[in-house]
Design a protein around this ligand. Structure first.
Ligand code: AHR
Length: 777
């Protein structure tokens, strides 16, 4: 058998790759506080409260000298609000003690991580009404041994900042910060802070170096921030603790910034705010890509009236001025005052995050018009919702075309099978309209196979660089002890960090992106392997979703013969399941039924399973779903879901619905009360023999041949190589292998030099490998 051949045509320059590969930062999984933001003290400002998390209170994270949690009821140590450090930072701690009193903070995870000989910047704000007091500041081990100690004096009745550097005697990950107050102390403290001196690029109020170093190693072209759902989940009043993410709350001196409820169930200090995000982008060499809310919260269905959008639009215009305006402007001046007179060169701005509902799109138009008028150079990003297809996806694209948005933000988290089935998704997109910003995507897992399949999908993104302008994996960071969402790109605790398998794939693509696609031809490829049948066969039944549903007139019709199977009327409750038929083998059939939701604990509906092999492997017609907002077709593979298409819809209790589901081969159409709700081709997952794309880098005069094999081993012949040698970067691992703290690089990475003879080289691709050949000219 002859090898498949890739012939390179370096003279043929294809689509520019621009800023294709970037990163996405959202403060979930304690990605900022207790993560990238290098502050080591948890609840430094005594602002934690039950709005953030029902466990929280003003002294959360603080203990006495023997590690006993503190509550504010004790009279000698109370969280108060009169004469605060700043009205936006209203709480502080009042210490009024007759005896020596020790206050401790354990930081995040199991304690503070210190390194021997490293210096730490300690600071606090304090005031004392009567006489000067001394506070002993210690870093100590759980057993009480002191690792560093200094004394600070508080002398003023007004708030004063006291600072001191501490040098750790030993390395530990379980230290505490202790403040020891002498007997007779009467003073107030706030903003108790500890940062390593060695932050990323040595920035004050900066980022954890080890985590940021991993980001820097990726060479991301852009960074999307500050989220995700946390941008638009919240109330409409910027003064509220649980308001949507309003960037103006996040700048200025950190002690003047309000605390915020992070919608992922914890507190956001906003110490890592928009100024710091812009700085981080600059330090990473990544273009900033901020996301702003549009006054519409799809999670709680609240919207600012369109006639009151002015303030929100002004926020967007002011943000551009903050980033790019000269120092004579109000917001440019603010940037200069914070320490950065040079502009941040903002090019991209996203309005909205995976939006659903016409309410958003009614508002987007106004943002778009105002921003375009004042700043035509800004590349505006619209939103296509959280699904790969369907009504909200379409609404986003329609709005983008109507308004002339530069990009559309698509999001989807899917199975590896979906990524394989949809490898050619962007081959069919229009290259003349708005470009794709794939702002969030991942397969469900951090195993090597996930990473390798994502690599195969990225080949498809890159090949379509004339349509796909930007792409970033999501989410980026996860503190192992505070997980809201998995999988994630980078995992860490208070002391260590590692990149997932997926990280190493992203890094390879980002590092060796290239400036343009390059001409190439592939011949001799074996036929792709189908991973599923060409039609949808299997069990059919109904499953509860914590709602009570009655169903009647169920009929399963063979559309070839007209034969019908009928099912007795019935009811389901909570999570019950009723199987209508164990296995239905036809290639063209219709399932008809009527149903009514009669009650249930949550605002949910139910689902119809079809093509079911078992509960872990089935197709689903979801009627209601999470938050009862969806009518969608879902595929479940090994317990992981891919939402194939969605329409915004709600099941009303007490209303009867007439439903039909048509299945022809792999084409699925759902109808409710004579209205087509979903219409989708559930593509068969296929394995190509390998996946490839070639790019060239005009700046460093290199060519990159990128090869991904998620199938059996294969040797590829590369022809038309203009250089004399190749550098191969080969990543392989067991399909199920993962990285972790004990084995942070549980893969095989080989860098090899290969001599080129007669412009030809043979490249072996082991099973599940990602291989990049770097050609130096
Ligand atoms: O990346 C995690 C979450 O996924 C984001 O907040 C949201 O945009 C999406 O639903």
């Amino acid at each position: 058998m002859t090898n498949p051949v890739i012939t390179l045509y370096p003279q043929q320059k294809g689509a520019p790759l621009g800023d294709l590969y970037g990163i996405f930062f959202e403060d979930l999984n304690h990605a900022a506080d207790g993560g990238l933001y290098a502050e080591m003290i948890q609840n430094r400002s005594f602002e934690f409260c039950s709005i953030d998390n029902k466990e929280y209170h003003g002294l959360y994270g603080w203990t006495d000298g023997v590690g006993q949690p503190l509550r504010s009821e004790a009279l000698h140590v109370r969280v108060l609000t009169d004469q605060p450090l700043h009205p936006k930072n209203p709480h502080y701690l009042k210490i009024d003690v007759n005896e020596t009193f020790e206050l401790q903070n354990t930081g995040f995870n199991q304690g503070l991580a210190l390194s021997e000989g490293e210096r730490y910047d300690f600071s606090l704000f304090a005031r004392t009404p009567i006489q000067s007091v001394n506070i002993t500041v210690q870093l100590k081990e759980v057993d009480g041994s002191i690792l560093a100690q200094e004394t600070i004096a508080v002398k003023n009745p007004e708030w004063q900042k006291c600072e001191v550097k501490l040098t750790a005697k030993t390395t530990t990950r379980t230290a505490r910060l202790a403040l020891v107050f002498e007997a007779g102390t009467n003073c107030a403290v706030d903003m108790v802070s500890l940062f390593p001196v060695a932050t990323f690029k040595g920035r004050k109020n900066g980022c954890r170096k080890d985590i940021a170093d991993l980001l820097a190693a990726m060479n991301p072209k852009f960074m999307r921030f500050p989220g995700g759902c946390l941008v638009h989940d919240g109330s409409l009043n910027a003064e509220d603790r649980d308001s949507m993410y309003r960037w103006k709350n996040t700048i200025g001196p950190i002690e003047h910034r309000p605390s915020r409820r992070n919608s992922w169930g914890y507190n956001q200090t906003l110490g890592l705010g928009f100024y710091e995000y812009f700085l981080l982008c600059e330090d990473l060499g990544a273009k900033p890509l901020p996301v702003l809310p549009a006054g519409w919260d799809p999670h709680h269905q609240q919207a600012v009236p369109v006639e009151m959008l002015g303030e929100w639009i002004q926020d967007a215009l002011d943000l551009i001025e903050f980033a790019n305006g000269n120092t004579a402007t109000k917001w440019g001046g603010m940037r200069a005052e914070m320490g950065h007179p040079e502009p941040f060169n903002l090019e991209y701005l996203a309005v909205g995050n995976e939006e659903v509902g016409q309410e958003f799109f009614n508002r987007y138009d106004h943002f778009h018009k105002a921003i375009r008028e004042k700043y035509p150079e800004i590349r505006l990003i619209n939103s296509a919702g959280p699904f790969a297809a369907g009504s909200e996806y379409q609404r986003g694209w329609n709005s983008a075309r109507k308004n002339g948005s530069d990009l559309v933000d698509e999001h989807y988290y899917q199975t590896t099978d979906w990524l394989l089935a949809n490898h050619d998704r962007y081959d069919h997109y229009d290259s003349t309209g708005p470009k794709v910003f794939l702002g969030e995507y991942a397969s469900w897992g951090n195993e090597w196979y996930n990473a390798a399949v994502e690599a195969s999908y990225m080949i498809g993104l890159e090949r379509n660089a004339d349509k796909v302008a930007l792409a970033c994996y999501a989410p980026m960071l996860a503190n192992i002890d505070y997980v809201n969402w998995r999988p994630d790109l980078i995992w860490f605790d208070q002391a260590h960090v590692y990149g997932s398998m997926n990280y190493h794939v992203q890094k390879l693509f980002t590092k060796f992106q290239g400036t343009h696609n390059m001409g190439m031809e592939v011949t001799g490829l074996a036929a792709p392997k189908l991973l599923e049948e060409k039609h949808i066969a299997g069990g059919i039944g109904i499953v509860g979703d914590n709602a009570e549903v009655s169903y009647r007139n169920v009929r399963i019709i063979n559309n070839h013969t007209g034969e019908e199977i009928t099912v007795a009327d019935g009811k389901i409750n909570a999570y019950e399941k009723v199987t209508f038929i164990e296995r239905f083998e036809e290639t063209d059939y219709t399932i008809k039924f009527e149903f009514e939701k009669t009650g249930g604990q949550w605002d949910r509906g139910f689902q119809l399973n079809f093509g079911e092999q078992n509960t872990e492997n089935t197709f689903v017609w979801l009627l209601g779903g999470w938050q009862n907002q969806d009518c969608m077709i879902r595929s479940v593979r090994e317990g992981r879901i891919s939402d194939l298409t969605q329409t915004i819809w709600k099941v009303e209790t007490g209303k009867s619905y007439t439903c039909e589901l048509h299945i022809k081969d792999r084409h699925i159409t759902s109808i409710v009360d004579d209205v087509v709700m979903n219409d989708i081709e559930a593509k068969v997952p296929i394995l190509k023999q390998f996946y490839t794309n070639c790019t060239l880098d005009e700046t460093c005069k290199k060519q990159y041949v990128k090869l991904v094999n998620v199938s059996e081993p294969v040797t590829v012949t590369l022809k038309g190589i203009t250089g004399e040698r190749l550098t191969m970067h080969k990543l392989t691992a067991e399909a199920k292998a993962v990285n972790d703290f004990s084995n942070p690089e549980n893969f095989d990475y080989q860098q090899q030099e290969l001599l080129v003879t007669h412009e030809t080289a043979e490249i072996h691709l082991p099973e599940n490998s990602v291989v990049f050949a770097e050609i130096n000219n």
